[in-house]
Design a protein around this ligand. Sequence first.
Ligand code: PMP
Length: 397
Amino acid sequence: MFNVLSAYAGDPILSMQLAYRDDARPEKTNLSIGLYYDDQGRIPRLNSVQQARERVLRSTDPSMYLPMSGNPAYCKASQVLVFGADAPALHEGRIATIQTVGGSGALKVGADVLRKFFPGSQARISDPSWDNHRAILEGAGFVVETYPYFNRDTQRLDFDRMVADLKALQQETVVLFHPSCHNPTGADLSQAQWDQVVDIVVSRRLIAFLDMAYQGFGDGLDDDAYLVRALVRANASFLVANSYSKTFSLYGERCGSLSMVCANADEAGRALGQMQQAVRRNYSSPPAFGASLVETVLNDAELAALWRSELAEMRTRIQTMRSRLYEGLCVQQPDVDWAFLMAQKGMFGYAPVLAQHMMRLRNEHAVYIIESGRICVAGLNDANVDRVAHAFAAVLK
Ligand code: PMP
C-alpha cells in the first residue's frame, strides 16, 4: 500500500544538527541553526519566563481545551506588542488575532485563509528567504515566485530591483516581507525604504504578509515593527505572523500569533471566523502551556519590564559578537571588505563568500555553517569568536 510513498530528503539544517551532535571535537562551533545562545553557549532560560513558569505551575486548574483562536489574554498582549498599545486600529476593533503553533503555524493558517479567498493570486517571497516560506505557501496551494532582494556581488540589499519588481506585480499578489532581521541575509530596509514599499503595496493593492520572527533582536521592539505600524497608518489590509520562539527562548512551546488587519470591525469578525475555521481543520485548537507563560510575562508590568531588559541583553550580545567577528576578520583578512557584516541586523550574518567553503570549515575547523553562507551570529561567544574568524580567513586564503 504505502510503497508509493517517496522518501523525504529531510531538512538540511535539521540534518546538520545531528552531524554536529555526533562531532567529538571539543572546539566544535555550531553557527548553522537559528538559535540564540548565551555567552556560555547555552540556550538561555529567561528569568522573566522562569518566574512566570513558577506562577503557572502553582495553578491547580485542570488542563482544558483552549478556544480555536487560543488564549484571549495572550492574543491581546500579542496585539499590543506587534501593533503598539496606542494603535487606533486596535481600538477600532479592526485587527483579528489568534494564537498559533509558533510563527510557522501562523504562516500556515494565514496562507490557508488567503488561498481560499484569493485562489487566483500568486505568492512572492524574497530572494533569498527562509526556506520554509516557500514550503508553507506551496503547501497551501500557492504558486510561489521570488522578488529580488539581495545583491550577492555587493553583499547588500538590492532595493532598486526589489522596488521595480514589486511595482510590476498583479493586484492581490500575496507578498511576504520580513519587517526586521531578515532571514537569511540580515539585510534590512531603512524606514524610508519601507515607506516606499508601503506606497507600492497600497497603490498596487498587494496583499502584504509580514513574518516577524525576531521582533526586538534588531534595533528594538518598536523600531523592528516599523513596517507593521506604517502599513496600519496607510490603512492597508494585511497579515502579520509573529513568533516568540527566539525572543522568549521558548522554541519547544510553539508560541506565535497571526493577525489580520482589516478595513473595519465587521470584516475583522469574519477574518477571525475564517482563521478559526482554518485552525479547526488543521489541529482544532492550540496548546495552552507556552501561551500561558508568554501571557503571564506580558500582562505583568514587572515581568514585562524584566523580559524587555533580557531581550535588550540578547540584542546587545548579538551586536557585540557581530563587531568582534568583524574586527577579527579585518585583522585576518585586511584586503577583504567585511563592512557588509556590520550593516546586517539580527541573528544572522550572510557571507555568500563562505558558502563554497562550508565543508572545509566543518571538516578542518569544526565550524558549522549552512550551505548559503548564512552564519548564526548568536552562536558566537568570547570563547569561540576569534577561532571562527581565524577559520574563515584560513579557508578564504
Ligand atoms: N519565520 C522566520 C523568518 C524564521 O526564521 C522562523 C524560525 N526559524 C520562523 C518564521 C518560525 O518560527 P517558529 O519556530 O516560531 O515556528
